[in-house]
Design a binder for this molecule. Structure first.
Ligand code: HEC
Length: 173
């Protein structure tokens, strides 16, 4: 058998065995990590927010709590295009607060870590010095309170969506 055929077979084998290990082993890995108190708190208030646009739950209408409804609004409106929920560098930790631990996101789907941040991290926004009214004004018109902000104005959101969104932000302790 020519060497390149053996090489090709090996490459295919490695790819398929990696996929197999990820599918079988990956799902058991998170289950071994005990859920932290923060993770339990999130599960309680965000309930079962699922990442599936066909899920009627994504409309947020039947979400059990305002904060869990707010999480679906956050996802639907694409806030995560600009905001992470993952402070990553040491200078982040001084300003944005501690990074999450694995147990904080156990069972959470989707987690909103984000990867490409264009705006402040929001993991602990509920503990930073923002009053509720600020969020309402800022979401309707960011430039009214932060001149030059590139954040879009979400003035078209219904009052219910806006209340839910603010409840979600406040739940991010
Ligand atoms: C195009 C990028 C972009 C999108 C999309 C976006 N934001 Fe922002 N956001 C920013 C920028 C930039 C800032 C910092 C300037 C400011 O305060 O407006 C910011 C600031 C914030 C702050 C204040 C953070 C702090 O540390 O003071 C909150 C809260 C916030 N955004 C929430 C949201 C929510 C909720 C959504 C979705 C409904 C959203 N953002 C969508 C860019 C964005």
């Amino acid at each position: 058998m020519p060497k390149y055929v053996v090489g090709a077979i090996l490459v295919v084998l490695v790819i398929f065995s990696s996929i197999f290990v990820t599918i079988v082993g990956g799902s058991t890995y998170m289950a071994e990590i005990p859920q932290s108190d923060l993770g339990k708190h999130h599960e309680e208030i965000w309930a079962h927010t699922g990442w599936n646009i066909h899920d009627p739950f994504m409309t947020g209408a039947d979400a059990p709590t305002p904060a869990s409804r707010g999480k679906t609004v956050f996802i639907r409106e694409g806030c995560w295009w600009c905001h992470t929920l993952l402070p990553e560098q040491t200078q982040d930790w001084t300003y944005f607060g501690d990074p999450p631990e694995a147990g904080d996101v156990q069972g959470e789907s989707p987690s909103l870590f984000g990867s490409d941040r264009k705006a402040p991290d929001l993991l602990h926004i509920g503990s930073r010095n923002r009053v509720k009214a600020w969020h309402y004004v800022h979401h309707r018109n960011p430039r009214a309170v932060t001149p030059g902000s590139i954040m879009p104005a979400f003035e078209y959101l219904s009052d219910e969506d806006m209340d839910a969104l603010v409840a979600f932000l406040e739940s991010l302790k």
